[in-house]
Write a protein that binds this ligand. Structure first.
Ligand SMILES: [Zn+2]
Length: 106
């Protein structure tokens, strides 16, 4: 039985996250009505004013990284973010490295 039907839906335009039930179709942002992105139950939304952190989270989302489990959160922190407050350019570089590594191992 699943016990984590709630997840964090993020709106990158409003830089807000809403805890709502999972859904096959994207939920709409209550503020701007654009479709939100399911970032996973273990997503920790940055503060609204932390624009850089939101940009990093958007990068993760665009590349398919989600915080669905505790393990995925640890993986993203250790392999992709690494620093507490990583630079966007560093995160882009590490995402590319991870892609290469995954290609090499296939
Ligand atoms: Zn919005």
């Amino acid at each position: 039985m699943r016990n984590s039907s709630y997840t964090h839906w993020a709106c990158f335009d409003c830089r807000k996250s809403f805890a709502k039930e999972e859904s096959a179709t994207p939920r709409k942002c209550p503020e701007c009505t654009k479709p939100m992105i399911d970032m996973g139950a273990y997503f920790e939304p940055p503060r609204k004013l932390n624009v850089k952190r939101w940009a990093v989270m958007k990068l993760l989302a665009d590349n398919g990284y989600k915080f669905n489990t505790k393990d995925s959160r640890i993986y993203i922190q250790n392999r992709i973010l690494q620093a507490k407050n990583p630079r966007v350019a560093d995160v882009i570089e590490r995402i590319e490295l991870e892609k290469q590594r995954n290609l090499d191992s296939n």
